[in-house]
Write a protein that binds this ligand. Sequence first.
Ligand SMILES: C[S@@+](CC[C@H](N)C(=O)[O-])C[C@H]1O[C@@H](n2cnc3c(N)ncnc32)[C@H](O)[C@@H]1O
Length: 216
Amino acid sequence: MAQENHYVIDSESGAEMARLIDQDYLMTRLTGGWFPPGVEIERGKILDLGCGPGGWALEVAHAYPEIELVGVDISNIMIAYAQTHAKLQQVQERVKFQTQLRALALQALHRSGLGFSFDGTNIGIVHMLYPLLQQSGGKTIEYAAYVLNMAYDAPFHQAGVKNGYIAYQLMSKLFVKLGLATAEEVQQLCEQFRADSYQPTFASTMIMTRAWGYKL
Ligand SMILES: C[S@@+](CC[C@H](N)C(=O)[O-])C[C@H]1O[C@@H](n2cnc3c(N)ncnc32)[C@H](O)[C@@H]1O
């Protein structure tokens, strides 16, 4: 659930996607191939974390017909591009590209004109609490910050996961309406999220801020 995007460039930018398409091609040629020296993979499954527009995964899929690949990225536009190319190149059965539920939710808010983020990679509300409370007459403004742990063995694991699962299900129609994902993709991501949450290594924290002001 809790994922922060610390990447320095706006991942939803078309210019960044175009740059990554070129960069991926260049890097594979400059480094002499798809895998580091000594790594020989002929079959099995590969997870490409931060796959961008998916060029590397698609090239590997064509070169190795017995390898299955899953590409994951925080950027919705790059995943949409990668999925389209997997279909066009007829490798969609072996190469799956998935966005992340949280990225969908943040983009949906952004595209609906909600939140304060310039690019939809966060909600941006925390920075705005101070001026908003001031504008509504707050003279003394105070904050409290919390880290809510919902890891596998935390007391609120089950309640937290259920809450997240339902929230994403309820946002499904909005994701579809905004063209961010199909209903089937959202459902699949929700089920994946639930399955992941039952792994003993599952880690999740939610960072929460409370802010309040006194008018006197
Ligand atoms: C330097 S690019 C590499 C793209 C691709 N692997 C390639 O070689 O062309 C880094 C990628 O990581 C993605 N990224 C950044 N933060 C991420 C996060 N928290 N979760 C998933 N992907 C993330 C960005 O959207 C971007 O596509």
